[in-house]
Design a protein around this ligand. Sequence first.
Ligand SMILES: Nc1ncnc2c1ncn2[C@@H]1O[C@H](COP(=O)(O)OP(=O)(O)OP(=O)(O)O)[C@@H](O)[C@H]1O
Ligand SMILES: [Mg+2]
Length: 270
Amino acid sequence: MMLVELERVNKIYNKGKANEVWALRDADLRVGEGEMVCLRGPSGSGKSTLLAIIGCVFPPSSGRAAIARRQLARLPDRFLTIHRRQTIGFIFQRFNLLPALSVRDNITLPLLPLGVSPSECRRRAGVLLERLGIAHRENFPVRMLSGGEQQRVAIARALINDQPLVLADEPTAHLDSALSREFMAIMADLKAAGKTIIVTSHDPLVAEHPVIDRVVEVHDGRVLPAAAGPPAGDSSVTDHGCHGVSGHGVPQDGVPGDRLHSPSSVGGGG
Ligand SMILES: Nc1ncnc2c1ncn2[C@@H]1O[C@H](COP(=O)(O)OP(=O)(O)OP(=O)(O)O)[C@@H](O)[C@H]1O
Ligand SMILES: [Mg+2]
């Protein structure tokens, strides 16, 4: 199944104003379930904008964008937010963690609006922290953690609702090469467990990593045609109905796989 289907997507910031910017022009992109794709291109080419549209942060100015079979343009804001929470785990470049809060509170934050009980929050957090190898830091305030540990907290937060689609914008920009390799090893394990992953990166350690199935080149707001993905074919996009996010072959008990912090997988891409 196609998890991401963008067709002639345009994004115009500040439309009609003097500072109008065409960030995306007729961008086509298809990403299938279980794929790992790297968006690569010069600064200002539109990678983060593309990722934000895929991440349901905002709908395109025009064109068709279907994420997990829901057409974004037809979703009212409230449903866009719900769809995002159920479908997408976003890992930000600067992690966007709250330094004074504990590790556990940071990663369970996305569960608050979902009304998940405190005991279930603790359970899910425990499973993730164990698998990411930072269980011993659960009650530490995030500001006391090392860069690598903070990165794992950011990954855990992005996975806490077991979303099928994981997005990361320049995830290794503030990491040294050892931590960047470690990040890619974690992504490789997530992919093996059935997640679909899209990253933007300039970093050859990311783009040239063997776990990446496809590098999509973005230039001047355009997705280079060869990179757009398999032909549209029999689209399974629907405009209605409430599709759950389960049934993607992903286990439902938090993070799939049990070797997310396996040292043997770290640096395996070299
Ligand atoms: N919120 C915004 N308002 C106005 N213009 C914006 C906004 N966000 C991005 N832009 C502009 O849209 C274009 C694409 O920006 P975008 O951030 O998507 O590029 P990028 O490929 O991610 O760049 P980088 O590699 O530097 O992160 C740029 O010209 C940028 O200045
Ligand atoms: Mg960017």
